[in-house]
Design a protein around this ligand. Sequence first.
Ligand code: SAH
Ligand code: SF4
Length: 401
Amino acid sequence: MGNTNKLEIDVNGARTSLAGLDRQGLADALGHIGVPERQRRMRVAQLWGWLYVRGVTRFDDMSDVSKELRAKLAAAYSLERPEIVSEQVSVDGTRKWLLRLPKRGHDMRAPEVETVYIPEADRGTLCISSQVGCTLTCSFCHTGTQKLVRNLEQQEIVGQILLARDRIGDWPGAAAPQDGRLLPESDRKITNIVLMGMGEPLYNFDNVRRAMSVAADGEGLSVSKRRITLSTSGVVPEIGRWGSEAGTMLAISLHATRDELRNELVPINKRYPIAELMAACRSYPGVSNARRITFEYVLLKGINDSLADARALVKLLAGIPAKINLIPFNPWPGTRYECSEWGQIEAFADYVNAAGYASPVRTPRGRDILAACGQLKSESLKTRARDRVATQHANEPDVVG
Ligand code: SAH
Ligand code: SF4
């Protein structure tokens, strides 16, 4: 089991956190400290409830676990979540956490990622990261200017859900956080999860799959698979596998309907062009009119926002059970793109609506705290990115648009 090895290795000698492990990972962890095989199932069930129903952060709170075992667990493991460096609250209630992760292997310094909570009238969505940075370089994405540092571990992915629940008081009987900014009861619950933070989740397949199995587990965090959406830039060979092994909802970052333009906006398109991507969508396991694929389309002024583009989009998606999610471009320091004019966004949305797609324009949330799509990026790296983009501009006079 990969989990077994991970439990043994920790370069800093820090104790491995159990918070975020799946059942197999917990069983292995118990095995490591000498819990006999025949007891493990029962012990895993106990831990599961404490970790994922109650959200406890101390072994001592696990009142039905024997004192002796609690001591053994505490000596070998922790229940830590990723460390919160900062928490920002937007005027619209969106919250963004900057998290610091422990250094591993070849990390030069402690990596950082971001998690965003977006409360809405009928739902609360948590947008989580799957990698530190991203190996892909979509030209309109802030994260894409940051080099990949590493994949997130299973605990670091689930840990984002746990700490968000800690901070917004979303555990049964949870006490209000000290800062007095607790959201009203009706807004509290995290009902949906989107893998739309930093990173390309299909390039961290196993950790993301295990983490989502923990999130979806009906005896624990209980976020149903229909309320979990994985967004991919189009890693075609992994799409079908994700559908059959994880079975969550799928979102595709499409953004262009012609290969020539998509090659530029979403460079992975050069490897897996649009026709192959559409074929993978058509055969996505479980796809139906009740389980549609979301196509994300960021509207970039003068680049992909004409009515001809809207027509091409509708034509391309014909025959695929689809939803269209139009995203006004969220600018970030140093970008060469601009958000489409509001009138143009409306005209585009009207066309797509008239063609039979409910196509909500995704209202940008948390813009004041740079928490909107594609703006995620650790504070500490911003200066460097600005420099980099400025250099790029100087060297590349053929800026699109
Ligand atoms: N790597 C995955 C998931 C993270 S990005 C993917 O690309 O799908 C989540 C969504 O935000 C994607 O649709 C992405 O294209 C979009 N996005 C990135 N930068 C953006 C920006 N500056 N403005 C609006 N949307 C952006
Ligand atoms: Fe990576 Fe997604 Fe950003 Fe592209 S849009 S660079 S795949 S995070």
